[in-house]
Each structure stands twice: as structure tokens, then as C-alpha cells.
Design a protein around this ligand. Structure first.
Ligand code: BG6
Length: 361
């Protein structure tokens, strides 16, 4: 049942205030400013023992894992990174006893992710799952984890599961951080930021008409560039992925700082840039990059927390805590891809050549 929406994708985007609230429900402790994650099956001593975090997943799950790795590094100060599950398993990975492995999957059935988890288990790795589908193959294989509680995701392109995964990582990062050195005051700041998310997502959804107009304008381009720095980079990758998957418009995603090392050669009026520019310590650097794009006659759509002269168009979203902003910045890009796909007459919920869950090698 698509609940009166024209497409499941729009329904699932619109559900996010509620699905994020469900991911958070019962998991924030206001006394100690910590996360309650009963399903991890790890005591405090074990939780403190990890020296690295390695995150694996495929497609959008991998990009949400990149947001997760940054959250864990920033809040818990544990080195963390994300890798496509298929690459991980094909390279005969070194499995370390003091690394915490985290597998991400909406369906819980993606074969490459499942095979990577099985390989990890065989080598004695400690694996947590961040999974939407209760009782799925990956959930069963893991030592513990968190369920998203986002409800069934029907449309092939992931939206609400992506957001709930990023929110789950914020909870996991808070948990890892508060058994280490994150102060109660910072813990409280993150808890309060998490609680603000549903309301702020509601506000972003109200930008739908503006984003629709922008999507109709920019989707006429044969190709688009997505850029972001550090926290904005996984957001740019997911934004490009959404656009490719459902509108079939070619899109590239680059770290903003890498533009000048190659892809700047592509910039011209036919290749507009979507720039993810949060109000963080990198704002000035990002605005400089916009100037460089503009100097090559590139058109710019900026997604951020303010209007900037360097951009042709700006989508201004509510600001949260800096660490949590990537969660919100992704949502306008979901709407952008959706409206681009509709404008181009694509089969939004069932894009060509793709399956919701790839259960073969
Ligand atoms: C792809 C889907 O095949 O699998 C993507 O088209 C999805 O939308 C990816 O992100 C991973 O799926 P899952 O279920 O493991 O999160």
C-alpha cells in the first residue's frame, strides 16, 4: 500500500520524521547522556577494548557506513573506515581481534555483505549488524547489532533505511564515545541533537516545491557533479548515487578538495555542481571551491545552512550539531533525485537493471 502517494519512493522519503523517531525510540538515556543499545551483546570492558572499527556494506549502505565511520572517529576517537563489502571479501582481509566490524544492510540478504560477514566469522572477527529486516540472514549471522525499525522499504532506491542507518551510527558512536572520553556535556549535546532530528526532517520536507523546481531545471543537464568536504563527502556520494539510480542522469561525486586535481576539467555550463556546504569549520574552504567552479562557468546548486553569493541556487536546511548535520543534508538530495526522475519520466520505484536486494554473487 503506497498510502496515497504516487510512488513508494516519495512515501518512504516522507515517512522519515517517523522512521527516525522509531530508530531513536527507547535508546537515548537522559540521565547519563548515553545510548541504550541492548542488542550489541557487549559489556563495557569489551566495548572499550576495540582499537579500530571497520564498516562494510553495498551501495547506499556503504555510503551510510562512511557517515558512520566519520561519526565514530569524531565522537569516540577510534580510527574507523567503511569499504564496499564485496571489495572487502575479495581481498583476503586481515582480520584483527581488536577491530569491531559492522555490517550494514537494509534487506539483510545482500549476498556480498553476507559472504563478508561469514568470512569475518570464520576468522574469529566480532561483527555487529545494522539491519532493517528482522531475522534476515545477515542479522542472524552477526554477534549482535541494532535494528533500524524503519519498516519495510519497497522502492529499489534506499532512502529511509539510509537515514535510519546514519542515525543508528550516531547512537553507536555515542555509545562507544561515552565509555571512553566523550564528556557528559558533549553526550548531552548529541542526545539533544538526535531528538531534534524528526522535527527538522519535517521542516526539510516542506522544501519539496522548491526542490522540485530546481530538479526540473537541473535534470535537463546530461551530467552533474556532486562535491563535499569531509562530512559533506559521503552526502555527495549518496546524492550522486540516488540521481544515477532513478533518473539515469550521469553523476560524479568527488571530495571538493579533489576537484582541482582532475575533474575541474569537466566543469562547464552543461555540467552543474551540487555542492554540500554545511556551516562547519570547512565553510570558507568550500566557498573558495564554489568560486573556482564559477570561474569555469559552472552552475552551482548549494545545499547548506545559508545562502551564498557564489551559488546560483541554494537549498537551506535546518542546522543541527555539526556531527549530525550529514543526516539532514542527505534528505534534500533524495527529493532532488525523485523529482528529477519524475520529470524525466523514469520508472521511479523500479529503475532499470537494478534489484532491491542482490542475493546472488
Ligand atoms: C543494491 C540496491 O542492489 O543493494 C541498493 O539497489 C542498496 O539500493 C544495496 O543500497 C544494498 O542493499 P542492502 O539491502 O544490503 O542494504
Amino acid at each position: 500500500d503506497n498510502g496515497g502517494y504516487e510512488h513508494y519512493l516519495l512515501k518512504e522519503i516522507s515517512e522519515q520524521p517517523d522512521t527516525v523517531a522509531r530508530t531513536l525510540r527507547g535508546r537515548i538515556d537522559d540521565r547519563f547522556h548515553i545510548a541504550h543499545l541492548g542488542g550489541l551483546n557487549m559489556d563495557a570492558r569489551e566495548t572499550r577494548s576495540f582499537r579500530r572499527v571497520k564498516i562494510i556494506g553495498c551501495g547506499s549502505a556503504y555510503y551510510s557506513g562512511q557517515i558512520g565511520a566519520q561519526l565514530i572517529e569524531e565522537l569516540a576517537r577510534i580510527p574507523a573506515d567503511a569499504e564496499p563489502a564485496s571489495e572487502f571479501r575479495y581481498r583476503n582481509p586481515v582480520v584483527e581481534p581488536d577491530t569491531l566490524y559492522v555490517a550494514i544492510s537494509q534487506s539483510g540478504e545482500t549476498y556480498d555483505t553476507l559472504a563478508a560477514v561469514q568470512e569475518l566469522k570464520r576468522k574469529g572477527g566480532r561483527v555487529l549488524g545494522i539491519v532493517n529486516t528482522v531475522g534476515s540472514a545477515i542479522a542472524r549471522e552477526c554477534d549482535g547489532g541494532l535494528y533500524l525499525h524503519a519498516g519495510p522499504e519497497v522502492s529499489v532506491a534506499s532512502t529511509k533505511a539510509f537515514t535510519s542507518t546514519a542515525v543508528s551510527f550516531a547512537l553507536l558512536a555515542l555509545h562507544l564515545a561515552r565509555v571512553r572520553d566523550l564528556s557528559p556535556a558533549d553526550g548531552r549535546r548529541i542526545c539533544e541533537g538526535l531528538r531534534r532530528l524528526p522535527e527538522q526532517i519535517e521542516q526539510i520536507l516542506k522544501l519539496d516545491e522548491q526542490i522540485k523546481t530546481l530538479a526540473e531545471k537541473y535534470a535537463q543537464s546530461p551530467s552533474m557533479m556532486f562535491v563535499g568536504r569531509v562530512r559533506g563527502y559521503p552526502v555527495a556520494r549518496e546524492g550522486a548515487q540516488k540521481l544515477k539510480e532513478i533518473s539515469y542522469v550521469h553523476a560524479e561525486a568527488y571530495p571538493a578538495s579533489e576537484l582541482k586535481h582532475g575533474p575541474l576539467a569537466l566543469i562547464n555550463p552543461d555540467m552543474p555542481t551540487v555542492a554540500i556546504v554545511p556551516d562547519d569549520e570547512l565553510l570558507d574552504k568550500n566557498l573558495t571551491t564554489l568560486g573556482e567552479i564559477r570561474a569555469r562557468s559552472g552552475r552551482i546548486l548549494m545545499i547548506g545552512h545559508r545562502v551564498a553569493d557564489a551559488a546560483d541556487d541554494c537549498v537551506v536546511v535546518p542546522k543541527n550539531e555539526t556531527e549530525l548535520d550529514p543526516i539532514l543534508l542527505t534528505i534534500p538530495l533524495q527529493l532532488f533525485a525523485y523529482h528529477a526522475a519524475v520529470a524525466l519520466g523514469r520508472d521511479v520505484d523500479r529503475p532499470r537493471n537494478l534489484a532491491k536486494s542482490v542475493t546472488v554473487e
